[in-house]
Each structure stands twice: as structure tokens, then as C-alpha cells.
Design a protein around this ligand. Structure first.
Ligand code: IVH
Length: 665
């Protein structure tokens, strides 16, 4: 097939798969197949850079970083909405509406708690994304908008449909789960935390480097279409239908009512249900549906008269902070936790809340014994919002970070520019215990039956100081533990034994290298194939991998310079823990049906390793190039095989290109 035709076909197939996955929430393609097609698209685009267009699915991982934000003027100003705080406010709004439009109907939508994003399309392709700014002028964030998977890069229009530019607005937001994960990661790294998903979304969209935004898992609900009448659309409900048809994600919770009492009932019902959504909402927006009625109502200087925002009361609770406890995590970060008098908040009893770090405690002037206001950040994690100094009786005490680690007595330090205090003692029992909990966790070595309670006992008995010790456990010793019978001891030993075969990816994650998450561990494993080869990688080399940035590369090389870590690795190797990719692991389908030839001198892998990688990804290898060869992996000083590949038009990949291709697959 003509390469250009194939390129267009791939773009379409991939965007369709993306739409099915992120907008319709009904994936029709496996991840492996998606990755395979994306790699194929990338390969064509690398050969023919002039064919790479901004609406290509390959651009979703983050294009070039910008030097600074460019200001853009909005075609139509972004207005704000008047607020209603109770039923009386809504009835008042209804009276004003009925005066100008007696038969008005209302559409009620959830008010998503994110930030407005304005998107422009020309010839159905996304050409610009912008923030709200002051309503008149915003900042251009096109590269960042492209990384939001639910933002269509190309509108799903029928032939001939809109030739004119399309302007769509909606809410960019971070789902609660992504927010919680992001902050957890930042906390472990001693980075400042985001107060809530809205701040996190705003911070993520205002990134000069779209690759950072791409990792932040943002989402987008569309709700407004400018100059809608051009597209034969005469009401807000029709706008929502059209936006959905064009491929946007439209929030499904909208309802239409004719009577304001029904609107009020729905608002109260949603206020009760607000915690059940996977994203934050801070109210509902009530809009007059029909455009003719909207026109009759018009605007004030700041906001439309045909719409109002019903705002939920913020959910907070007051209680007393009894004490501050310190937890020492596996990276040594000391996290202060408030021990509270039990209080009911957003449907559950809360007795503890995070205080994050000393700066936060100082900034909010939180003292032990204080009355405090708490809320749930992102609806999940209880957090102390502020203290109530007026309620102090005089017995409150100012909290100080201990100078010695509460778990081991070791020195506590704070690096310049970091919010975190850290215990520097790698042998700290709390750090070791947390490291063990991490090592056996599901995405790591996945050892069943080794919960925190058992690990605690093993540690107390001196049976497991580090992960290497787990592999020296024996049945007699285990049965000496509380509530550990013969049968459970045997099961546990079997689970530990099995974990030896998890392979490089899970092992890398289990080792707890700073900044290396599950996905990065997988990428590294696929690219390097063995712990030994990864150990020898330079920071520069590591950074050439798609998901690896400077900070992570540095963490990795630091890790392999740490004597203690090297000892642990040696111990694991002696115990028979697999430190290469698990050959028996299910094969990827990334290269299914493809035949590759490896030629020249490779620097990243030995030839057999490269061939094993190809086979592991479902491909076949051959020793000579023919017209049936799918691609050639080419090292330095390649000879006749390279010439032949060129003559036959067979794609040729460098090691870097090949590594990029198989990462994550
Ligand atoms: S309509 C002229 N609909 O709430 C109409 N706004 O002041 C303008 N928001 O920051 C907005 N969900 O970004 C509308 N379903 C929704 C919304 C929504 C969230 C935000 C919007 C703006 C604020 C309204």
C-alpha cells in the first residue's frame, strides 16, 4: 500500500481507538495493538517528517516545549456566571427568566471543578487551545491541550460539514484518582503538593513542556459551541448532542426540566451524590435551553442572564487536633499526620489527616491542641485546612520537627529547596519496613500473604531486614510467628519462591528507585533487558528513552552507585531472583506478524538480546534481508544487509528508534 495512504489510515484508526477508549469508555482495541499501530505510524513519520501533522495521534505524548506562554485574544469573551446558593436564589432566577421568556425550559449540567479550556478547530483539525485568562485574553496551550486524550485532534465530521472554524469550550480537569496518585508521588519525593484537583489541573495545563502535561492524566468535558447557529443548532441540548457527535466527551449527567422546582430537586439530589463521581464538581449550572429565549434574556456586563451556577456548600468539619505523629516512609521522608478527635466528614468518620510537611504546618499556624477545620482534598484524603486561633485556650503547643528520626534516632536533614525532612539512615527500621511493604506490593513482586502485620513481625524477630532476607526464610522460623500455622507458612514460602520469576520490570519497580514508577520500570526493562545492562547505562543514554527525563535518569545512576543497593542486588541474585526480562512472560503482540533482521554492531544490546526482544514482542527474526523483511535493526558499521534493505525500501531503525518502538509494549 502507498505509504501516505497507510499513514492517513493509521491516523484515523488510532484516533478512533482513542475516542472509543477515552470518550466512549468502551475500548475496542487492546493496548498492545494500539501501541503496535502507533509505532508503525511513528516509523512512517520519522522517515517522512514532512508528513507529520499536528492532528496526528503521535502528537499526544507532548510535542516541543515552549519558551514562554503566548497571549491569545478570545474570539468571544469568556463570561462568568452569577451564583445561586440555595433554592430561594434559584426561584428568584426563575422569576427573572419567566419575565422575558415565559415558556423557558432549563438544561441542568454538572459544574465541573476544573478550568475553562477554549479549543479552536480549522478544517476540523485542532489548531489552538487556550486558557481563560482574564476572559478577553488567555494563554496559548495548544501543545498541552493535545495531550488530553478526550480532546479530539480531528473532529468526526461528515463530509462537507464544518468548513468554517469551530470554537468549543469546556472544562479541563484532573480526575480524583489521578490527583491522589500525583500527590502521593510528589509527597514521596518531597515536592510541594497540589491543594486540590483544580489546582493540579491548572498547574498541569500551565506547563511549558507538554511532555509534563502528558503525564498528568487530564480530562475534558465540552459544553459550549460558539456561533452554534451556523451549524444548524438552536439550543443547548442540541449543542451537547452535536459536540458528542463530533467526538467530544460530554458529561452524561445533564437533565432537561420545565419547572424550577424540578431543577431544585435535581440540584439537591446531585449535592447528595457529589462524592460518587470520579471527578470534583462544585455545583450545577442551570441554563435556559432554547437560543431564542437566551437571546431574549441577553447579558449583563459580566454574565448571561440565561444561566446561573448553583454552588454546593463547601464540605468541611471542625475538630480538635490532639497530637502530631510522624511517619517515616521508605525514601526517608518524615510525614507529619494529625491525630484528630473523631469527626464525621463527607460521609465517613475521620480521625487522622495529613499535614504534609513542616512548611505547611507553619504557613497555616497549626498547633497541637488547636481547633482545626478539615476537608477532603480531591474528596479522598482528609487534610487540615486551617486552625482557629480564636478558639485557643493557651495550652496549645507549637510543633517542631524532631532532629532525630522517631523510628531510629538517626539524623534528620532537610535539603535546600526541598519541603521534606528526611531520615538519612538507610538502616532505619521504619524505612526498611516501608521498603519491604513496597517490595511485596501488587505492582512490584506481588507476594501474597505478606501483609504489613507479618512483615512487622518478621522485622521485629530479626528475620527480614531487607528484601533479600525474604528469600532466606524457612518454615520452622515462620511457624514461630503469631497466627502462622504450618499451612500458611508453606503457602507464604511458595508465594515468595514464585516471586523470583516476576522478571525485570516488577523487580525494578520493587527496588524503589526514586522517581521510577510502574510504567518507567516497564520501559526500562523492555529497553535494557537485564539489571546488569541497566546498571551500566549512562544518564545520557537513559534520557534518550521516551519516558525518561533528566531527574529520573539521575536517580537511576545514583541508585546503582549506592553500595547498599548493590549489596541488596547481589543478595537477590544469589537467592535466584530473576534479574532479566521474564522469557516465559506473556509475549507482547507489538511485532506480531513482523520479521526483523538485526545487523551491524549494536551498542545497547548483544545481538542475541536484541533478537530475544523482538521475539518477546511477538516478532520473528531472520538472517537475511528480503522483500518480506518488515524492518532492519541496524547498528554501526553495517554492510550489505543495510544496502539491500535500502534498495528494497525496507524500513531501517537505529537502536534508539527500536528502543522507543518497544517501550511500554
Ligand atoms: S457554562 C456563558 N457549563 O464554571 C456560559 N460552565 O462561571 C459559561 N463550568 O469557570 C459557562 N462546568 O469553566 C458552564 N457545565 C458547565 C460548566 C461550567 C464548569 C465552569 C466554567 C467557568 C465557571 C462558570
Amino acid at each position: 500500500m502507498d505509504e501516505k495512504v497507510r499513514l492517513e489510515e493509521l491516523k484515523e484508526i488510532l484516533e478512533r481507538a482513542n475516542h472509543e477508549y477515552y470518550v466512549l469508555d468502551s475500548p475496542a482495541m487492546t493496548d498492545a495493538e494500539y501501541d503496535r499501530l502507533l509505532k508503525e505510524l511513528r516509523a512512517i513519520e520519522e522517515r517522512r517528517p514532512e508528513w507529520t501533522t499536528p492532528d496526528s495521534p503521535s502528537q499526544r505524548v507532548g510535542g516541543a516545549a515552549a519558551e514562554q506562554f503566548v497571549k491569545v485574544r478570545h474570539k468571544e469573551a469568556l463570561l462568568s456566571l452569577d451564583n445561586a446558593f440555595d433554592a430561594a436564589d434559584l426561584r428568584e432566577f426563575d422569576r427573572r427568566v419567566r419575565a422575558a421568556a415565559p415558556a423557558a425550559r432549563y438544561v441542568v449540567e454538572l459544574k465541573i471543578d476544573g478550568l475553562t479550556v477554549a479549543l479552536s478547530y480549522e478544517n476540523a483539525a485542532l489548531t489552538r487551545g487556550a486558557t481563560r485568562g482574564d476572559g478577553e485574553t488567555g494563554e496559548e496551550i495548544t501543545g498541552n491541550a493535545r495531550t488530553i486524550r478526550s480532546v479530539p485532534l480531528k473532529l468526526r465530521v461528515s463530509a462537507g460539514e464544518p468548513a468554517a472554524p469551530v470554537d468549543v469550550r469546556g472544562e479541563g480537569f484532573m480526575p480524583k484518582r489521578s490527583f491522589a496518585d500525583l500527590n502521593q508521588e510528589r509527597e514521596a519525593e518531597g515536592q510541594p503538593l497540589f491543594a486540590n484537583p483544580r489546582h493540579a489541573a491548572a498547574g498541569s495545563l500551565r506547563q511549558l513542556d507538554p511532555a509534563v502535561t502528558a503525564r498528568r492524566k487530564l480530562d475534558f468535558f465540552a459544553y459550549q459551541l460558539l456561533e452554534a447557529e451556523r451549524w444548524g443548532v438552536a439550543s443547548q441540548t442540541e449543542v451537547l448532542a452535536r459536540l458528542r457527535q463530533w467526538g467530544f466527551k460530554v458529561n452524561p449527567e445533564f437533565r432537561v426540566f420545565t419547572d424550577i422546582e424540578a431543577v431544585i430537586d435535581y440540584c439537591l439530589e446531585m449535592a447528595d451524590k457529589k462524592h460518587s463521581f470520579t471527578y470534583d464538581i462544585d455545583g450545577l449550572v442551570v441554563k435556559v435551553d432554547d437560543f431564542a429565549a437566551q437571546r431574549a434574556l441577553g447579558f449583563t456586563s459580566k454574565s448571561p442572564r440565561w444561566a446561573i451556577a448553583y454552588k454546593f456548600p463547601a464540605e468541611q468539619a471542625e475538630t480538635v487536633l490532639r497530637a502530631i505523629e510522624i511517619n517515616v516512609g521508605r525514601t526517608g521522608v518524615l510525614t507529619p499526620t494529625a491525630v484528630l478527635e473523631d469527626v464525621l466528614l463527607a460521609g465517613s468518620v475521620v480521625g487522622r489527616a495529613t499535614l504534609h510537611n513542616l512548611d505547611n504546618i507553619r504557613a497555616k499556624d497549626i498547633r497541637i491542641g488547636d481547633h482545626v477545620v478539615i476537608h477532603k482534598a480531591g474528596d479522598i484524603i482528609p487534610e487540615v485546612l486551617r486552625s482557629l486561633p480564636d478558639k485557643r485556650g493557651g495550652a496549645e503547643t507549637v510543633f517542631e520537627m524532631p532532629e532525630e528520626c522517631p523510628a531510629c534516632g538517626g539524623q534528620v536533614t532537610r535539603k535546600a529547596g526541598e519541603a521534606a525532612h528526611r531520615c538519612e539512615n538507610p538502616a532505619c527500621p521504619s524505612r526498611q519496613r516501608e521498603a519491604l511493604i513496597h517490595f511485596v506490593s501488587r505492582d512490584a513482586m506481588n507476594i501474597d500473604g505478606l501483609g504489613p502485620a507479618v512483615l512487622w513481625q518478621l522485622q521485629a524477630e530479626g528475620l527480614a531486614r531487607d528484601a533479600g532476607d525474604l528469600y532466606t526464610l524457612e518454615e520452622e522460623k515462620l511457624t514461630g510467628l503469631e497466627r502462622m500455622g504450618k499451612k500458611s507458612a508453606q503457602n507464604l514460602l511458595r508465594a515468595i519462591e514464585e516471586s523470583k520469576q516476576r522478571g525485570l520490570g516488577p523487580l525494578l519497580f520493587a527496588l524503589g528507585i526514586r522517581n521510577v514508577g510502574v510504567k518507567a520500570a516497564k520501559t526500562l526493562a523492555a529497553s535494557y533487558g537485564s539489571l546488569e545492562r541497566l546498571r551500566r547505562a549512562t544518564a545520557e543514554e537513559l534520557q534518550s528513552l521516551p519516558d525518561v527525563g533528566g531527574i529520573m535518569a539521575q536517580s537511576i545512576t545514583d541508585f546503582f552507585r549506592d553500595e547498599q543497593q548493590l549489596e541488596l542486588i547481589a543478595k537477590l541474585e544469589r537467592a535466584g531472583v530473576l534479574t532479566t526480562e521474564n522469557a516465559a512472560a506473556p509475549r507482547g503482540e507489538l511485532l506480531a506478524g513482523q520479521t526483523a533482521v538485526v545487523t551491524g554492531t549494536l551498542t545497547r544490546w548483544k545481538r542475541q538480546e536484541a533478537e530475544a526482544l523482538i521475539e518477546m514482542n511477538g516478532g520473528k527474526t531472520a538472517s537475511s534481508v528480503s522483500k518480506n523483511t518488515s524492518f532492519v535493526l541496524c547498528g554501526e558499521n553495517a554492510g550489505s544487509k543495510l544496502d539491500k534493505a535500502r534498495a528494497l525500501g525496507v524500513p531501517v531503525y537505529t537502536e534508539e528508534e527500536f528502543a522507543a518502538m518497544i517501550q511500554g509494549g
